[in-house]
Design a protein around this ligand. Sequence first.
Ligand code: G3P
Length: 216
Amino acid sequence: MKFFIDTANLAQIQEAHDLGVLDGVTTNPSLMAKEGIKGEAAIIKHYEDICEIVDGDVSAEVLSTDFKSIIEEGKKLAAIHPNIVVKVPMIKDGVKAIKWFTDNGIRTNCTLVFSAGQAILAAKAGAAYVSPFIGRIDDTNWDGVELIAQIAQIYSLQGYKTEILAASIRSALHIVKCAEVGADVCTCPLDSILGLLKHPLTDIGLAKFLEDAKKM
Ligand code: G3P
């Protein structure tokens, strides 16, 4: 399973990259706004900066919702760097646009996916990635990880090539569960990635080793 970081914060992207386990980055309009990125020039520059840090796929989301504008915006985003993947929402014009991008050699990430039916449509349109938001599903008292398992089963049975990119990750446990049920990628906040490091017995064991090392 690949690890992407779900942020537009350059310091966090750099920290995850320095850990040596980072395969890519996902952003969305909320994450870009959080970093104060405003206007076309600043958006392009920010994606360039991210692509400088990480040698892997970087999802850049379109802000348009009609077919023609999604295509125009997506073409501009894809021209920034070969690693840019155009992130398109799961709406009718979005699906049409994903098919157009696929036919024209531009890779896409279909976002805001909350059901297996939506995931099937994304795969049929040729999306490189599908992004089910598991944390937000958990928030509604359904099991987000179960959706990942269901999509994984369908894609495997049907031979769909779209990669399952588990998004809206809220914890290290989410990452483990997604790996267990066959997600291809997990896009995570830095805290969840670092959460994988933690175990109290590791801390207790290390303290004991360091104490005993003084007697060596
Ligand atoms: O990038 C989309 C997704 O990961 C958003 O996560 O925490 O806002 O539900 P969250």
